[in-house]
Design a protein around this ligand. Structure first.
Ligand code: GZL
Length: 325
């Protein structure tokens, strides 16, 4: 009888232990957070710096990063997001190549209870609950800063008559292209002499920027006095076109661009670019913290804006060694 009681007690004790283990949360080392990230592509120096920041920060944060490069195609980003859903990642983040066309796939992520973070660029969706937060620059303000610089430049260097501007736009339909144009046009209203003669997309790349600038120069309708490029890579391509046309950048055509990448500082030191408006790509550390906060169920602001400066040629040499991208 005693043996049976002892066996009964032993079984009961085992059951309690197993039960307790099953009931208490898994005490195993925390499973690393898995973040699925869909990147626009590798179209510019800015994008390379942004990708490096995200990959380095994931390593630092102990986050398992599933990274997909969409080669600037929206259908590749949609495929990547669907793949992240199928893999049941903890959080999805992406930099949307264009503003629209995301409702369906973001509804699929919501249905799978996977939170989505937007980085760098915004989306236009019918239901703002389809993403948790958007961290990125204020592109309209960047365009305003470029326009304000152009107005000041005109006062000093073209005090009378029309000031003919050509514009190299970013990727058609992308938030930075739409918003930078908007901010620039708003700012140059301060001086009606400033007129945008021609405006075309160079898709944020050096090659396309050069190609479109060559076409602007060949048009030969009015003297071009100023170029506004939505990013430094297109400005650098345009500088090549200006020089191949036998003209001098800055001296013959003033150039204002956006991003603040190393190539822009080098062009300013070489006297080939007037000014670059900073657009900070180093979003990795903030993104990783946001992913952890989202997973932990913390409340986050819907919009997080990055702080940025304006760098003119006269400070380029002293700033260049300090640049982190
Ligand atoms: C801006 C970013 C833009 C950069 C370009 O946040 O989306 O895309 O200005 C890049 O250089 O290609």
């Amino acid at each position: 009888m005693k043996t049976f009681r002892r066996q009964l007690l032993a079984v009961a004790a085992l059951g309690l232990t197993l039960g307790a283990t099953a009931l208490t949360p898994a005490l195993a080392a925390d499973k690393p957070l898995v973040l699925g990230f869909s990147q626009v592509g590798a179209e510019s120096e800015w994008r390379t710096a942004n990708t490096n920041s995200i990959k380095d920060a994931a390593k630092q944060a102990g986050i398992t990063l599933k990274f997909a490069d969409a080669q600037q195609k929206q259908e590749n980003q949609v495929k990547a997001i669907r793949s992240f859903i199928a893999q049941k990642v903890d959080v999805i983040a992406f930099s949307p190549v264009v503003e629209t066309g995301w409702d369906t796939v973001l509804r699929e992520a919501k249905a799978a209870n996977i939170p989505v973070i937007l980085t760098d660029r915004a989306v236009k969706v019918s239901d703002p609950s389809l993403y948790v937060t958007f961290i990125g620059s204020d592109f309209v303000e960047e365009g305003r800063k470029a326009g304000k610089w152009a107005v000041e430049w005109a006062k000093k260097n073209a005090p009378t008559g029309d000031v003919n501007i050509v514009e190299l736009q970013g990727t058609v339909g992308s938030a930075p292209a739409i918003d930078r144009k908007k901010g620039f046009e708003e700012a140059i209203q301060a001086d009606p002499r400033l007129k945008i003669l021609r405006s075309q997309s160079g898709d944020f790349t050096r090659a396309k920027g050069k190609e479109v600038m060559e076409a602007f120069l060949k048009a030969k309708d009015k003297k071009i006095q100023l170029l506004f490029a939505h990013n430094d890579d297109m400005a650098i391509g345009a500088i090549q076109a200006i020089e191949e046309a036998g003209m001098k950048p800055v001296k013959d055509i003033a150039i204002v661009s956006i991003d603040g990448v190393r190539g822009a500082f080098e062009a300013m030191v070489a006297g080939k670019l007037n000014v670059t408006i900073e657009c900070n790509p180093l979003l990795g550390p903030q993104l990783m913290q946001l992913a952890k906060d989202v997973k932990a169920g913390k409340q986050l602001p819907k919009r997080i804006t990055t702080e940025e400066g304006v760098f003119t040629a006269d400070v380029a040499a002293q700033e260049l060694p300090k640049r982190k991208y």
